[in-house]
Write a protein that binds this ligand. Structure first.
Ligand SMILES: Nc1nc2c(ncn2[C@@H]2O[C@H](COP(=O)(O)OP(=O)(O)OP(=O)(O)O)[C@@H](O)[C@H]2O)c(=O)[nH]1
Length: 338
């Protein structure tokens, strides 16, 4: 192993003078004065950062007042009182600008071990910290954007899902949704022995209506009836759907035959109040509907298709009886129509 070169004190002084003069790193020496510290000397790099660091100037005059000053002076006192080197973050405000230094405060001791001076140097990390802050700001903005995009995506997905279950002409649920909800309700009500009412409604002589007034007026009639049905149902668990063409269906879970019958009559009443003129039919001067309604307590053997078939069959009976009428049953009919 090579022996470390040793220098005499003259050489050492020369080296340190070189370092003092040519270093880009700031160096300064100060001494304690009352509760403050007085600058003894500062190299050019230190003066470049703060020209006020002239011999005789107090630290308090350079760093000003406020929390940064308190932090700065506390570090000098810690070095003075402990006689230990302090490596500390310093955030002084110089010339109105906030700086960030990592400072090393080294105590200079006399022969008795008393701290007479503090030798300081610092790495200027201001730009590094500014970049960190900028990165943090960018990161926050990015997170904000991601959160906004995620929310927009969730909204778009919710919209799409809603669309996939909605009939665009009437705004009611579509047949896909009907199938899904009916299946759920049948299995739920079968388990609880609950009552399900299912109402099928079909506009009478709608072909004639289209032929008389045109397809766009037919569409508007369907949309009006969609709105009527939407407002007619009261409970959150009720579901009005467009079953197809001019046919509608309403699922009424936990609804007795009396309740469902009353709702069907209310719908017929509301439709007559709507008074959609229909001169092309002999039934009535206004649009009418035929309704098939089944209300029954579901049991283990209850089949979803039997419920639908019964409502369909009752609707068919209403049509056969001259239309503009309601036919209902309080049990599932599995035989042939009358
Ligand atoms: N305007 C319009 N008409 C539709 C729509 N969907 C189905 N229809 C029409 O509804 C009519 C249904 O005719 P049909 O099934 O013969 O029934 P109907 O004329 O109402 O006769 P009944 O049911 O016996 O009273 C057809 O002319 C279909 O074109 C729609 O979205 N818009």
């Amino acid at each position: 192993m090579k022996q470390m070169e040793s220098f005499d004190s003259q050489q050492l002084q020369y080296f340190f003078e070189q370092l003092w003069r040519t270093s880009d790193e700031p160096f300064w020496i100060c001494k304690p004065v009352a509760d403050d510290f007085e600058m003894v000397m500062a190299n050019q790099a230190a003066l470049n950062i703060e020209p006020a660091q002239q011999p005789g100037t107090l630290l308090s005059e350079i760093a000003g007042q406020g929390p940064e000053w308190n932090e700065l002076i506390a570090n000098y006192h810690r070095c003075l009182n402990s006689g230990q080197t302090q490596i500390v973050a310093q955030r002084p405000r110089l010339k109105g600008k906030k700086f960030y230094f990592e400072a090393i405060l080294v105590p200079i001791l006399d022969n008795s071990g008393k701290v007479t001076h503090i030798w300081g140097t610092a790495r200027n990390l201001t730009r590094f910290m500014e970049v960190q802050d900028e990165l943090q700001t960018l990161n926050n903005q990015l997170e904000q954007k991601v959160a906004e995009r995620t929310q927009a995506l969730h909204q778009a997905m919710a919209r799409l899902e809603h669309q996939s279950y909605t009939d665009s002409l009437t705004g009611l649920s579509n047949r896909r949704r009907f199938n899904q909800v009916l299946e759920l309700e049948v299995s739920r009500l079968t388990r609880s022995n609950g009552t399900l009412s299912l109402m099928m409604l079909d506009i009478d002589d709608f072909k004639q209506f289209n032929d008389t007034y045109g397809h766009p007026t037919g569409d508007s009639c369907l949309a009006q009836i969609g709105g009527l049905l939407h407002h007619a149902i009261k409970r959150p668990t009720d579901l009005a759907c467009r079953y197809g063409g001019e046919e509608f269906v309403i699922i009424l879970p936990d609804t007795t035959v009396e309740g469902a019958h009353k709702l069907a009559e209310d719908i017929r009443e509301a439709l007559s109040t709507l008074s959609i003129n229909h001169n092309g039919t002999a039934i009535n001067e206004n649009i009418t509907m035929s309704i098939g309604l089944v209300s029954c307590a579901l049991q283990e053997q209850s089949q979803l298709k039997d419920v639908i078939n019964t409502a369909d069959l009752l609707l068919y009976q209403a049509k056969s009886r001259g239309k503009d009428t309601l036919v209902f049953s309080d049990k599932i009919i599995t035989g042939k129509s009358e």
